[in-house]
Design a protein around this ligand. Structure first.
Ligand code: BDR
Ligand code: CA
Length: 331
């Protein structure tokens, strides 16, 4: 089976860490390089966290890490539009402040691999313009600042790539605000640029990821696999389950979504996503209460052409099985 050659774009982040591990270990994916972006944490930390995972996997020689944008394209210019990095960090009812993501991934030693000097935006432009048509799939699982900036610098990359598969948005679900999911809310203008760039775009929103939660029984099984990668995945998901139980309880309390890993897993086994429909999707960039909302046009005849494949659901059991397969070296 043909492998998918990808550039992963991460704001690592616990679920980004699992996504990197899945992309690196799957035989169906050729992980070409990794770009980092601001998001769950400032860029310096998302880059350090990414490099720690890269070192744990021992892929630093082959898979280079390119630091990207340190903040959104323009969203921070409007006062009070942003709550800052890692929007999912708060105290509930006056209790201790908790965060969805660790400051740094403490379970892994400080990184020894260095990031590249070249910035992510230039990396995208040079690599894609020098590639065969359809060679690369872009997989952004953080705010879309890097990809949108690259599209602004060199719009021809939209025609050169095979597709973009991104994590973000929601139709009936949100997390950062009543209307918006974190990756889109973080840089709404960038998200709108990416979703309307003309490339094939698949959106893996909260509607899919929150329906594919991994639970603490599965975490216990992951620990039993005993490899450094499986232990890291188990650590990351354990942290997520604790944070979700406090900050954003799911239907089943001892479980948590692993958004970015589900997104990568779609490229390995597409049927982990269900109800994937071609729709018209735009991002609210008004700065009002719907700022960063992904708005799906439900009408049969939309004013503007349908532009993204939007996954309205996911198959939890298939995702869980695939995660184990990948970690056993069978995925
Ligand atoms: C997204 O936001 C980040 O916190 C996660 O890493 C994921 O990419 C989920 O809303
Ligand atoms: Ca992320």
């Amino acid at each position: 089976m043909a492998t998918e050659k990808i550039i992963l774009d991460v704001d690592t982040g616990s679920d980004d860490a699992v996504a990197i591990i899945c992309a690196a270990l799957s035989s169906k994916i050729e992980l070409h390089s990794i770009c980092t972006v601001w998001g769950n944490r400032p860029l310096s930390q998302t880059t350090e966290n990414t490099l720690r995972v890269v070192d744990m996997l021992g892929i630093g020689e082959k898979v280079k890490v390119y630091p990207g944008c340190e903040t959104s394209m323009v969203a921070t210019l409007l006062a009070n539009r942003h709550a800052g990095y890692g929007g999912q960090r708060k105290s509930v009812n006056g209790g201790e402040e908790k965060s969805m993501h660790q400051e740094t991934i403490d379970e892994l030693p400080p990184a020894h691999t260095l990031p590249q000097d070249k910035r992510a935006v230039m990396h995208y432009v040079d690599t894609i313009m020098n590639s065969e048509d359809g060679e690369f799939t872009l997989v952004p699982v953080g705010p879309l600042t890097n990809v949108a900036m690259a599209l602004r610098v060199e719009p021809r990359i939209a025609k050169k790539i095979k597709q973009i598969v991104l994590m973000g948005g929601g139709c009936r679900r949100s997390n950062s605000t009543a209307a918006a999911e974190f990756n889109i809310w973080g840089d709404p203008e960038a998200a709108q640029i990416v979703m309307t760039c003309g490339a094939k775009v698949t959106v893996v929103p909260l509607d899919a990821t929150q329906n594919a939660c991994i639970n603490s029984d599965e975490v216990a099984e992951l620990y039993k696999l005993g490899t450094p990668a499986a232990t890291c995945v188990a650590d990351m998901i354990k942290h997520r389950i604790e944070a979700y139980s406090y900050l954003q309880p799911m239907d089943r309390l001892d479980s948590a979504p692993v958004h970015d890993a589900l997104t990568v897993c779609y490229l390995i086994q597409p049927d982990v996503l269900e109800q994937v429909e071609l729709v018209r999707c735009d991002v609210d960039i008004s700065g009002g209460i719907a700022d960063g909302q992904t708005i799906i046009d439900p009408r049969a005849y939309t004013d503007l052409p349908k532009n993204v494949n939007f996954a309205f659901f996911a198959n939890r059991d298939k995702f869980s099985d695939l995660l184990f397969k990948i970690l056993r070296g069978e995925g």
